[in-house]
Design a protein around this ligand. Structure first.
Ligand SMILES: [Ca+2]
Length: 269
């Protein structure tokens, strides 16, 4: 009941919450993409829980599904969330999920209002940061730094997305890496590494519609204001999680894909 109350209270907003990751193995080149799970009606938002499992939000079924990151074995964690009214409309009302301690929070991006809201543990809501025409789509917190993925304004038919940082104390915004087509999420990896998820190119003019199939990319922030490519050919990815040196990509179509060995030592140091 306690969880249910918080899920409902937080479902109308977007909050900045990031969960720490555990370290596992090192490696050289990234592995080929492989499928972990395909049982969601749709995927929008995910996190790593306090138990080290993946928690993926299914906005069509109104559920949060727990998926074992090693075996792909899945179970329903919560089934009390509001369901998305327009099932395949990728961003409007697109929910995310996060944990604060052992409590789950369901989050909704209000991308077209271009702002990031913070939900207090008491359910209070405050505006953390307002933006111009950039459409914040994903975020991660690392220490006092908040990383935001921005879908970006449409230029020549495609969103020109980027990753920015916000200092949580001063509110100062700085560019981290640009540009990539329709950025939808950002996650820190091992060490100083930082990764972004680009949904891909966009032949439909409506900025609320998903990217073209199989044009998504997993990108690594290169430390020089740009990105390097880790994996391509992702089908409309919506959110990214990283556990150790492995990336988990949730797609709009409800699948979870895995890329192992996304970075090599010295991990951005
Ligand atoms: Ca994420």
């Amino acid at each position: 009941m306690h969880v249910r109350k918080h899920l409902t209270a937080a479902a109308a907003v977007l909050a900045a919450v990031w969960i720490g990751v555990a370290a596992t193995s090192a490696g050289a080149a990234p592995s080929a993409l492989h499928l972990l799970y395909s049982g969601l009606a749709a995927g929008s938002g995910s996190t790593v829980g306090p138990d080290g499992a993946l928690y993926a939000n299914d906005p069509i079924n109104g559920t949060i599904v727990r998926v074992d990151p090693s075996t792909g074995r899945a179970s329903t964690y919560a089934d009390c969330l509001p369901k998305r009214l327009v099932p395949m409309f990728g961003f409007s009302g697109g929910m995310d999920v996060a944990f604060v301690g052992n409590t789950a929070y369901a989050l909704v991006t209000d991308g077209h209002h271009n702002r990031v809201l913070r939900v207090g543990l008491d359910g209070s809501v405050s505006e953390l940061k307002g933006f111009g025409d950039v459409v914040p789509t994903g975020l991660a917190v690392h220490g006092n730094t908040i990383y935001i993925a921005e879908a970006g304004p449409i230029v020549g038919g495609s969103e020109i997305g980027k990753v920015v940082s916000i200092d949580a104390n001063s509110g100062t915004v700085a560019d981290v890496a640009a540009s990539a087509p329709l950025m939808v999420d950002v996650e820190p990896g091992r060490g100083q590494t930082l990764f972004g998820l680009a949904q891909g190119t966009h032949s439909v003019g409506d900025p609320g519609s998903p990217a073209d199939p199989n044009t998504g990319e997993l990108l690594r922030v290169d430390g020089q204001g740009g990105f390097s490519v880790v994996a391509t050919g992702l089908d409309r990815p919506t959110s990214l999680e990283i556990i150790g040196n492995t990336a988990y990509v949730v797609t709009l179509t409800g699948q979870i894909w895995v890329v192992d060995d996304i970075a090599a030592p010295p991990y951005g140091a």
